[in-house]
Design a protein around this ligand. Structure first.
Ligand SMILES: *Cc1c(COP(=O)(O)O)cnc(C)c1O
Length: 427
C-alpha cells in the first residue's frame, strides 16, 4: 500500500483481506483468544511470537485501523488508544519518567496543557513551555541535561498557530530528543510531520479522522527514524533490558522501527489499559475511508467563511492561516499547501455580550465543545471551556472574551455564510 497516494491509503490502507475473507475490517468483539498449549501462550507473553491473547494489549480490529493510520502518516508502527489524551500521555510517558524534563510549545490543546502542566508535573516530569514563534536561540535555551522530548501541534487547537516543524525538529535533534507532533487538526491528508523531521505523531482520532462525532479515540505513530541507541543513557527504557519482560531490550529485539510502539503496548497498555474498543475502531475506520474527501470540503468551507467574515463590519478580527495576510499564512504555504483545517476563530465587535448574542442566533451551527465534525459547530470559550476565567485572565491566556471558535463542517458553504449573516444581524 505504501506506493499508493494518500486518497487510496484512506480507503484501502491497513487491511488486505485474503480469499473469501470479509471485505470490511471485521469487528473482533472478543476480549481473549484461544491457544492449544500453555507453551504457545507463553511465547506471546514473552514477546517471542506475535499474536493475540488479550484485547487490553492488542486486538486485530484495532491493529488494522492503526496500520491504516500508520500508512497515512508514513510511519513504521502505530497503536490506537482510548482517547487523544491517552495518546498524548503515552507518547511522553513512554520515554520520560520522574525527574525528567520535556520542552513543549505553549500553543497546544487545553487538555494537553493541563495533562502536562498539572498531572504529569505531579508525576515528577517537568515541562518548559515555549512560544511556537520563539527564535532558535530561545528554543535551544529551553533544553536541559534531562530533556527527553519536544512536543507541539501542527495547527494548535484553539489558537490556530501553525508550528514551524523543521525549526522544532532541528532543535530537538541537536539535543538528542525526538520531536512529537500532535497532528489532529491537519490530519495526514494535509500534513505529514515525518516528512519535515518529526519522529512521533499523535492524534485525537475523535476529531476529523472519525469526523462524525461517533467515537472518542487516539493514535500514536512512530516514524522509526529516531535512533534511541545513540543515547542509551537518555533512553534506558528502550536501550537496556526490561525486567518486566524477561530482560528484553526493545531496540535490539524490535529495531528502531518497532521498539517505541512495542514498549508502549507491552508496558503502558498493560499497566494503564487505555485501549480503544474494536467497535470504536470500526467507526474510526469508516471515517478514515472518506477523510481525504471531507478534509478538502472542510478547508474550502472554512476558506469561504473566513473570507466572508474578514469583510464583515461587525467582525473585529479573523484567524485562519488560509487567509492572505494571516500571521501564519507563510508557514501554512510551506507545511499545509493543500489546506489546513476547517476551524476558523474570530472576534465579534461588542465583546462577550455580542459573541453570546451571535452564537444563540445561529441555526445551522450548533453550540458544542466538539470540533472537527461533519456538522458545523461552534464554541465561545469565554462562556464554556474557559468560563471560570475573568476577562483579564482570558486576555492573558491569549483567549479574548469575544473569541468564537467556528468549526466548519462539510455542508454547503453558502448555507453556512447565510447562517452567519442572519445571526450577525441580531448583534
Ligand atoms: C481534542 C484534542 C485532544 C484530546 O483528544 P480526546 O480524544 O478528546 O481525548 C488532543 N489534541 C488535540 C489537538 C485535540 O483537538
Amino acid at each position: 500500500m505504501s506506493k499508493h497516494r494518500i486518497e487510496t491509503k484512506c480507503v484501502q490502507g491497513g487491511y488486505t483481506p485474503g480469499n473469501g475473507e470479509p471485505r470490511q475490517i471485521p469487528i473482533i468483539q472478543s476480549t481473549t483468544f484461544k491457544y492449544a498449549t500453555s507453551e504457545d501462550m507463553g511465547k506471546l507473553f514473552d514477546l517471542e511470537a506475535s499474536g493475540y491473547f488479550y484485547s487490553r494489549l492488542q486486538n486485530p480490529t484495532c491493529d488494522s485501523v492503526a496500520a491504516k493510520i500508520c500508512e497515512l502518516e508514513g510511519g513504521t508502527a502505530a497503536m490506537l488508544t482510548s482517547s487523544g489524551q491517552a495518546a498524548s500521555f503515552f507518547s511522553i510517558f513512554n520515554i520520560a519518567s520522574c525527574g525528567d524534563h520535556v520542552v513543549s510549545s505553549s500553543s497546544i490543546y487545553g487538555g494537553t496543557y493541563n495533562l502536562f502542566a498539572v498531572t504529569m508535573k505531579r508525576m515528577g516530569i517537568d515541562f518548559t513551555f515555549v512560544s511556537p514563534d520563539c527564535t532558535e536561540e530561545e528554543l535551544n535555551a529551553a533544553f536541559r541535561e534531562n530533556t527527553k522530548a519536544v512536543f507541539g501541534e501542527t495547527i494548535a487547537n484553539p489558537a490556530l498557530t501553525v508550528l514551524d516543524i523543521e525549526k522544532f525538529a532541528k532543535a530537538a535533534h541537536a539535543h538528542g530528543c525526538p520531536l512529537i507532533i500532535d497532528n489532529t487538526f491537519a490530519t495526514p491528508v494535509n500534513c505529514r510531520p515525518f516528512e519535515w523531521g518529526a519522529d512521533i505523531v499523535t492524534h485525537s482520532t475523535t476529531k476529523y479522522m472519525d469526523g462524525h462525532g461517533s467515537a472518542v479515540g487516539g493514535c500514536i505513530v512512530d516514524s522509526g527514524k529516531f535512533d534511541w541507541t545513540k543515547y542509551p543513557d537518555k533512553f534506558p527504557g528502550l536501550c537496556t533490558p526490561d525486567d518486566s519482560y524477561h530482560g528484553i531490550t526493545y531496540t535490539e529485539r524490535f529495531g528502531l522501527e518497532g521498539a517505541y510502539i512495542t514498549k508502549a503496548t507491552a508496558q503502558l497498555m498493560r499497566d494503564f489499559g487505555c485501549t480503544q474498543s474494536p467497535q470504536s475502531a470500526y467507526y474510526l475506520n469508516l471515517g478514515l475511508e472518506s477523510l481525504h474527501l471531507r478534509m478538502k470540503r472542510h478547508c474550502e468551507n472554512a476558506q469561504a467563511v473566513a473570507e466572508y467574515l474578514k469583510k464583515h463590519p461587525k467582525i473585529s478580527w479573523v484567524n485562519y492561516c488560509g487567509l492572505e495576510g494571516d500571521k501564519y499564512h507563510e508557514l501554512a504555504k510551506k507545511y499545509l499547501p493543500n489546506g489546513s483545517c476547517g476551524v476558523v476563530s474570530f472576534g465579534v465587535k461588542g465583546g462577550r455580550k455580542a459573541a453570546e448574542t451571535f452564537m444563540k442566533s445561529l441555526r445551522l451551527a450548533a453550540i458544542e465543545t466538539h470540533v472537527a465534525d461533519a456538522r458545523t459547530c461552534c464554541l465561545h470559550p469565554a462562556n464554556a471551556t474557559h468560563r471560570q476565567m475573568s476577562d483579564e485572565e482570558l486576555r492573558a491566556a491569549g483567549i479574548p472574551d469575544d473569541l468564537v471558535r467556528f468549526s466548519c463542517g462539510i455542508e454547503n458553504a453558502q448555507d453556512l455564510i447565510d447562517d452567519i449573516a442572519q445571526a450577525l444581524e441580531n448583534v
